[in-house]
Design a protein. Sequence first.
Lengths: 114, 113
Amino acid sequence: GAGVSQSPSNKVTEKGKDVELRCDPISGHTALYWYRQSLGQGLEFLIYFQGNSAPDKSGLPSDRFSAERTGGSVSTLTIQRTQQEDSAVYLCASSSPPGTPGYTFGSGTRLTVV
Amino acid sequence: KNQVEQSPQSLIILEGKNCTLQCNYTVSPFSNLRWYKQDTGRGPVSLTIMTFSENTKSNGRYTATLDADTKQSSLHITASQLSDSASYICVVSGGAGSYQLTFGKGTKLSVIP
């Protein structure tokens, strides 16, 4: 597609439920990133995928968070047993080649845990 | 620890006026610095990208400056418009090929008529 697409745009879930957030990067972009933006805070790095290499998961805040990228394209960020502190906007970005300035961000998924 | 500090935290200006946003960073080694505009409910959109050797870069009414010696950057907005109301985020990348960016918390700009 023309840009990075994320779905859903908004998600309200009950505490303890699992949620899946989807990111569809720009076609051909080999690098994909997930960030989290909490209210009043800067963007926080979560995870990075580059081609077929093992992802860098160093930013994931707990083992309740996981992500996968199927076929080098679409990525899913899963949060298990959601907590209220997970409420944030989750942003996905893609670029090619890795580390270049050509990041493109999606519009994000606003997650609210009640 | 790599950090990016932005000021002011928020700013209100009248339509047509100019303003300057500040960014100080401690990221090392330095690769590039970017300014993003983030409208409410949207993802960040890149305005400018500057490497170590660049002192200034313009994008329409937006002009970014970089002083790599003092580790400071500014974003100047000329003749502000209502559509400039957004958060402006300073992002610094460290190390050649580094993919991990350090983000400032942003400056929330409100342009009023």
